[in-house]
Design a protein around this ligand. Structure first.
Ligand code: GLC
Length: 448
């Protein structure tokens, strides 16, 4: 992986793989001047009636449910297409495992599924998602922000329509920082010190919460520290682990120290997004690492949130001597078609609408998601309602090495060993060396 400096009057730096393949490379990088979203290249699909089942995990657990808001808006435009929501597990790993069982068994339902941006290689390789080129004209893909379609492509075929992008951000309690005359931290060590101080002074129960449970989300967190330290998980050919390095040690040592210093509670080893979000929104934590929707969740009293009006959001901190800000992991979700679906014409209508300016504006303005359609992402009107979107152009992005079909095992090697380290079961160097050998087995095809 190399670092290249970019672009157009902004201090943004992009990280790209040497393969030149990343999801969402330049998400929101360009400056914006448009005041309202432009029309999508195609606003309608090829069917105006039918029934489809949509498999989707809750986009955020705040109320109202974004999936229902979107389905209701879709059905107003297409009253003769009925969409049945099939609620999927929130944990992306469990979600993927259930879908694999269902689709590989030949089931025709769900018709459309909301799937992680890290799935195209595995789903494309195993025939678990339909190649979309036969359903969408090539002009359809040009409305998306740069990098997103490439991230949804495996071996020349696009498997997912970019639905929303996620990036990691730091949320902080403005009131607590002001009380202690603390500046918003821009380095990881500063964040650690401030978080521990706030806890030791009894101002808050937890300092800094994040996702430390043994699952995909922990890989995302680890990748952010690793990228901030200047490291990578795999070589550019995706054939060898590279995380057992000085940068890997800095990342692992820092995560370990967050717990031993008291900045982060040891309970973080069981936290996924929902638990960390809830700890912050209920006023129990001073700092939170979460995705973009953390903004809308924390600012919605019915979420429930008791910190409405007390929260700030900023790009993730970095390590001293490294470029600032730190790196944010590229997450997000695409819309895929089940290859056995019997309703593909209605599936296409649904996906086109979900990636239209109307749907993307709902996601961007009501749920603080990062829209995938460039005109919506750059819209001043949308940015005005979404403070996360206003800073998206300043983040430095790091992808997960998901272009290898061995990625699920690569990630598992990272999150199981880092979780064990956080729980005190192994040392930082022990975790990295175990992860490294498991990754090497996975990418050489012998599994872990
Ligand atoms: C978010 C991201 C997704 C990631 C997951 C990990 O849903 O969008 O890409 O895999 O979190 O928990």
């Amino acid at each position: 992986m190399k670092v290249i400096a970019a672009m157009r009057g902004r201090s943004r730096v992009m990280l790209i793989t040497a393969m030149g393949v990343t999801a969402a490379l330049t998400a929101g990088a360009c400056s914006s001047s448009t005041s309202s979203p432009a029309a999508a290249p195609s606003a309608s699909g090829s069917a105006t009636s039918g029934n489809i089942t949509w498999w989707a995990s809750p986009i955020t657990t705040s109320s109202p449910d974004p999936r229902t808001v979107l389905i209701n808006a879709f059905e107003k435009v297409y009253p003769n297409i009925h969409v049945k929501l099939q609620s999927a597990p929130t944990d992306t790993d469990t979600n993927r495992a259930s879908l694999i069982t269902t689709i590989s068994g030949g089931a025709s339902s769900p018709d459309v599924f909301m799937g992680d941006v890290i799935w195209p290689a595995q789903f494309g390789h195993s025939g678990l998602a339909a190649p979309l080129s036969s359903y969408f004209p090539s002009s359809y893909w040009s409305s998306f922000a740069p990098g997103l379609v490439q991230g949804a492509t495996y071996k020349g075929q696009v498997y997912g329509a970019p639905f929303f992008e996620d990036q990691g951000f730091l949320y902080y309690r403005k009131d607590l920082l002001a009380k202690e005359h603390m500046a918003v931290p821009t380095t990881w060590p500063q964040l650690e010190t401030d978080a521990a101080t706030l806890v030791h002074k009894g101002l808050v129960k937890y300092g800094y919460v994040w996702q430390g449970s043994s699952y995909e989300g922990l890989t995302c967190n680890f990748m952010e520290y690793l990228g901030s330290a200047g490291g990578t998980a795999l070589n550019s050919g995706l054939t060898q682990a590279t995380l057992n390095s000085p940068a890997g040690m800095q990342a692992a040592n820092f995560m370990h120290s967050l717990i031993t210093s008291g900045a982060t509670p040891s309970a973080v080893t069981t936290f996924q997004e929902a638990q960390s979000m809830s700890a912050f929104a209920t006023g129990q934590a001073a700092f939170l690492r979460n995705w973009d929707y953390g903004w809308s969740y924390s600012q919605t009293a019915s979420s429930p949130s008791s910190v409405v009006g007390k929260v700030g959001v900023t790009p993730l901190p970095s390590f001293s001597g490294q470029p600032s800000p730190g790196t944010s992991n590229i997450g997000g979700w695409n819309l895929y078609i089940n290859p056995h679906s019997k309703n593909t014409a209605a599936d296409v209508t649904f996906i086109k609408w979900m990636t239209s300016p109307a749907a993307q504006t709902i996601l961007g303005t009501q749920f603080s998601e990062i829209p995938t359609v460039q005109s919506v992402r750059q819209s001043a009107a949308v940015k005005a309602k979404n403070p996360v979107l206003a800073i998206v152009g300043t983040t430095r992005l790091i992808p997960r090495p998901a272009q290898t079909t061995a990625y699920p095992k690569v990630s598992q090697a990272i999150y199981t060993n880092i979780n064990s380290m956080l729980a005190g079961g192994t040392s930082p160097s022990g975790a990295l060396s175990a992860a490294s050998s498991q990754i090497n087995s996975a990418v050489s095809g012998s599994g872990i």
